[in-house]
Design a protein around this ligand. Sequence first.
Ligand SMILES: [Zn+2]
Length: 118
Amino acid sequence: MSTPTVHINRPATIAIRRIMPCPTEGVRRRFAAFDALWYGAAWTCLGCGDSWGDGERLERPFKPRWRQEAKARARHLWDEGVRCGSAEHQAWLYEQMAPHRPVEDIELPDTPTTRTET
Ligand SMILES: [Zn+2]
């Protein structure tokens, strides 16, 4: 029996932040998100914990204290994030889109064989 192989494909992300009106609360609030090329950002309000992606509110988790947990995660993102649209954010986006970005061949730990592209 063969061992199942798990592939995890995750785009590079950057933490970003901005201030904008919160649709839930109706006031300007701090928002934080991860930005990923081609996927866009899902913004979380630091005031109420609600999140939005593609112009719609994301589903609220069905569990107690989800707002406190969402706000804590958003606060952490805010602290480490760069301002949305800032020079640092733009530089990161351009770097992600660079067509001539070199492909790096990395050695994985405890990998008995490596497959090479031909
Ligand atoms: Zn809010």
